[in-house]
Every structure is written in C-alpha cells, then in structure tokens.
Design a protein around this ligand. Structure first.
Ligand SMILES: *[C@@H]1O[C@H](CO)[C@@H](O)[C@H](O)[C@H]1NC(C)=O
Ligand SMILES: *[C@@H]1O[C@H](CO)[C@@H](O)[C@H](O)[C@H]1NC(C)=O
Ligand SMILES: *[C@@H]1O[C@H](CO)[C@@H](O)[C@H](O)[C@H]1NC(C)=O
Ligand SMILES: *[C@@H]1O[C@H](CO)[C@@H](O)[C@H](O)[C@H]1NC(C)=O
Ligand SMILES: *[C@@H]1O[C@H](CO)[C@@H](O)[C@H](O)[C@H]1NC(C)=O
Ligand SMILES: *[C@@H]1O[C@H](CO)[C@@H](O)[C@H](O)[C@H]1NC(C)=O
Ligand SMILES: *[C@@H]1O[C@H](CO)[C@@H](O)[C@H](O)[C@H]1NC(C)=O
Length: 442
C-alpha cells in the first residue's frame, strides 16, 4: 500500500513543482521580454539621475504595470516586447533628481521613448542639453532647472517627431537656433523664462502646425518678424517681457485662431496694424508697458467682440477712451492705467455688464464719473480711478474709487460755500435732498 501511495504522491508533487515553476517563468517572461540592452540603458539613466531607489533591485520588471514606479510608462509592441515610452523626473511622486544629476544624453538611446519630462531636476550641478538623433520623441519638457545652462543646441532639429517642446524656466542663453523651426510637427513651443537673446528668427513662419508659442521673459530684440503671420493655427502667442522693438507686424491680422495675445513689457511703438480688428477669436489682449507715445487708443479694438481682457496700461497713450469700447460686451477687465488719456470717461462703459475690473488710474481724465451706484458697488475695489486730478464723483456712495466728491468749482459752478457746507452735515437719509441742493442752489 505504502509504495502505491508514494507513487501517487510523487507525480502530484511534480505537477505542483512544474506549475509553480511555469508561473514563475511567466512572471519572469515579461522581464526577459524587455530587450536587455534597453533595460540596461534604462537602469543606467535612472542611476545617473536619481538616488531614490536601488533601481535594479527594487524594480526588476520596470515595465510591468504592477511593479513599475510612478513616472515610467511602457508599451508592448506586436512582438510582445515591452518598451519604455515615457519618463518623468524631478517632482514627487516621480523619481526625484540627485544634486549631481546632469542631462543624460543616453536618454535618446531608449528606442521607443515618446515623452520625457525633467521638472526641477537640474538644480545644483551645471549641465547643458545634449541631443542625439531620435525620430520617436514627441514631447520634450525640461522646465524649472536653474542649473541648466548654455545654448539650445541646433541639433535639437534632429528630434524630427517633436510636437511639444518646453524649455521654460531654465538658464538658457544665446540665440534661438533657426534650426528649431525645421521641426514642423511642433504644436507647442515654450522657451519662456530664460535669457535668450537676439532676434526671433524669421524661419518661425515654417511652424505651420503651431498652436502655442511662448517666448516670454527672455531678452529678445529687434522687431517681431512678419512671418509670424504664417502661423495659421496659432491660438496663443506670448512675447511679453522681452526687448522687442518696432511696430506690431501688419501680418498679425492673419492669425485668425488667436485667442491669447501678450506683448506686454517690450519696446513696441507706432500705430496698431489696420487689420487688427480681424483677430476675431481674440479673448485676451495684453499689451502693457510699451512706449506707444503720441498714439490714441485704437477704435478698431472695439470690433474684437470676444475680448474678455484688454490691458493697455503704462504705454503713454493719449486722447480719449473710445466710447466704442462699450461694444465689447464680454469684457471683464479693462486696464488703461498710467497713460495720458484725457477727456471724460465714456458713460457707455457702464453698459458692460460683465466688467468686474476697471483701472483707469493715473491718467488725465476729467469730468464727473459717469457710473451709477450699482456699477460702483459691483466693481467695488476693482474700480480704480485714482490719480486723475480732474475727475470727480457726484456723490460719495461709500465706495472708494480714488476720486473726490465733485466740488462746485470743477463741474458745477452753481453752488457756493455755504451751500456746500450745509450739505456736508446732512444725514444719509436726506442725501437726495442734498444732491438736489448742490445742483440747484445758487
Ligand atoms: C524571476 O527571476 C529572478 C532572477 O532573474 C528571480 O530572482 C526571481 O525569483 C524570479 N521571479 C519569480 C517570480 O520566480
Ligand atoms: C520584433 O522583434 C525583432 C527582434 O527583436 C525586431 O527586429 C522587430 O523589429 C520587432 N518587431 C516590432 C514590430 O517591433
Ligand atoms: C538671466 O537674466 C536674469 C535677469 O535678467 C539675471 O538675473 C540672471 O543673472 C541671468 N542669468 C544668466 C545666467 O545670465
Ligand atoms: C461672449 O462670451 C460667450 C461665452 O464665452 C459667448 O458665447 C458669446 O458669443 C460671446 N459674445 C460675443 C459677442 O462674442
Ligand atoms: C446703472 O446703469 C446701468 C447702465 O447704464 C443700467 O443698466 C442700470 O439700470 C443702472 N442702475 C441703476 C440702479 O440706476
Ligand atoms: C491700478 O493700477 C495701478 C497702477 O498700475 C495699481 O497700482 C493699482 O493697484 C491698480 N488698481 C486696481 C484696483 O487694480
Ligand atoms: C451763497 O449762498 C447763500 C445762500 O444760498 C447766499 O446768501 C450767498 O450770497 C451766496 N454767496 C455767494 C458768494 O454767492
């Protein structure tokens, strides 16, 4: 009996053993199914950038969903082979970067990498961008790296499939290499907050798929190239805080998808292009701090019906505020402070029912503030009329707008001192009576 039992037991054991070894093989299949060369490259990259883990030991199967870290993505191709497609470095919960980390050019040897992010990664050790040819990478985002220095290498043009290129908030300097504009799959290009100099290359017009262009907060000079008008799909254009000169190019009128245009804090001057009213998609037009001396506010802007924010402060504009701006029914913010605007505030502006921020301070406006109580109350502290010595408010509604109550000398040479004095002591109940007196007392 005994041997029989044993003979039955052994095959059972064998089956058990086989089944576990098969399952372990299946588990390990995924690992062996990642190209060992690619796996080795990945570990080398991880080790050169991050000390968070012993990457080899902690993640023997980095591409297996259940055992991968946050910040890595893989895809399985038809061969049942895993490939790394995305790597994210720098901010928790992604792998953080060690102080000695430098830009890993090895990264371009991951054959299927499509997206690569370095955010607050190169913060202590000075490093530069080095590019190797790659036709798979679609998104390269290197942002907020104070130790990333040097120029943008022209070789960046060998990343032929790039759709999104973000090199914002680093310490890059030098000129924008024109080669970058051969990347005609680009949809978003953001080089903002660096120290880039020189002009905006005219080749920029080649990027006809571009939707977003941000070159703000650099030291770019010269006029904006007229080829900018070739960027037919452009929705956002931010060139603010540079040293751009000359006029806004006439060709800008062709950017009919543009909904955000920021040109603030440059050295732009001269008249607005005649066709600016053709920017019918425009919702935000920010152009503060430019030397637009001796120019009046352009009437044409009143045809930009989608406009929500119009900001033309600190630019030396003269003349009157066009009453036609009251056609901008969707306007929520109008900033015209710190110019040389004269004349009266157009009463029509109070028709703008979405308005919640109006700054007309520090101009040469005069006359009576034409807003009624409900308008004044609605805007509250978001209404600033201060610094216009000739401006006065008919009645003090307890809303501070930076303007004194009208005195007889300016607008109504009707009342005299004793009349005003008698008004000064009336209670709020008798306020209307007082106003009546102010108007008609001789
Ligand atoms: C997978 O293989 C490794 C060695 O390559 C081994 O240490 C590990 O135990 C195996 N995993 C399983 C589940 O058998
Ligand atoms: C499948 O694997 C072979 C050998 O690694 C490789 O040459 C081939 O390109 C792979 N096919 C795909 C579709 O990735
Ligand atoms: C970049 O410009 C900023 C502001 O102009 C300046 O503070 C900083 O030192 C510059 N950095 C380099 C590396 O030139
Ligand atoms: C104002 O904005 C609303 C909502 O965005 C939009 O539907 C409407 O068409 C706009 N008005 C004009 C005159 O464009
Ligand atoms: C204030 O003025 C607006 C626009 O002219 C008008 O629609 C509103 O009825 C006025 N409100 C009062 C309380 O008079
Ligand atoms: C209006 O503009 C002035 C000058 O730029 C600024 O100091 C003030 O805070 C602004 N007021 C409001 C209400 O935004
Ligand atoms: C001011 O008004 C009072 C009473 O209405 C009148 O008696 C007085 O003569 C006026 N003074 C002047 C300077 O017009």
């Amino acid at each position: 009996m005994y041997p029989f039992k044993l003979s039955l037991f052994f095959p059972l054991l064998l089956i058990l053993f086989l089944s576990t070894s098969i399952s372990s093989n299946i588990n390990n299949l995924t690992q062996s199914n990642m190209n060992p060369h690619e796996l080795e490259t990945l570990y080398k990259i991880m080790e050169s950038i991050s000390n968070d883990q012993d990457w080899r030991r902690s993640y023997p199967n980095p591409c297996q969903q259940s055992s991968s870290w946050l910040g890595i993505e893989c895809k399985r191709n038809t061969n049942n082979t895993y490939h790394v497609t995305r790597l994210d470095f720098g901010t928790h919960p992604n792998p953080t970067c060690k102080k000695t980390s430098t830009f890993p050019s090895l990264i371009f040897q991951l054959p299927n990498l499509e997206s690569l992010f370095f955010v607050q990664c190169f913060t202590h050790t000075k490093t530069t961008i080095s590019i190797q040819e790659n036709t798979i990478l679609q998104q390269l985002s290197i942002r907020s790296n104070p130790s990333l220095i040097g120029t943008i290498p022209p070789q960046i043009s060998s990343l032929k499939s790039l759709q999104i290129l973000t090199l914002s908030q680093n310490n890059l300097l030098g000129q924008i290499p024109p080669q970058i504009f051969t990347l005609n799959s680009l949809i978003h290009l953001d080089l903002s907050y660096n120290n880039l100099t020189g002009q905006i290359p005219y080749q920029i017009g080649n990027l006809n798929n571009l939707i977003g262009l941000d070159l703000s907060y650099n030291s770019l000079t010269n006029p904006i190239p007229s080829t900018i008008g070739l960027l037919k799909s452009l929705q956002k254009l931010d060139l603010s805080s540079n040293t751009l000169t000359g006029r806004i190019p006439q060709t800008i009128e062709k950017l009919q998808s543009l909904n955000f245009l920021a040109l603030s804090n440059n050295k732009l001057s001269g008249n607005f292009p005649k066709g600016i009213h053709k920017l019918q998609a425009l919702q935000y037009f920010l152009m503060d701090d430019n030397p637009m001396m001796f120019i009046t506010l352009p009437d044409e802007l009143s045809q930009l019906h989608k406009l929500q924010e119009l900001s033309l402060s600190s630019s030396g504009y003269s003349g009157e505020i066009p009453s036609s701006y009251s056609q901008l029914m969707n306007l929520t913010t109008l900033s015209l402070q710190n110019n040389r605007l004269t004349g009266k505030i157009p009463v029509e502006l109070s028709r703008l029912t979405h308005m919640y921020h109006l700054n007309l301070s520090r101009n040469l406006l005069d006359g009576v503030v034409p807003f009624n109580t409900s308008f004044l109350k609605r805007l509250g502290r978001n209404l600033d009329l201060s610094g216009n010595p000739g401006l006065c408010l008919m009645m003090n509604e307890g809303v501070y707008v930076g303007v004194n109550v009208c005195s007889n000398t300016i607008t109504m040479p009707l009342k005299n001192r004793s009349c005003e004095a008698s008004c000064g002591v009336v209670t709020s109940l008798l306020f209307l009576v007082c106003v009546f007196q102010l108007l008609f007392c001789v």
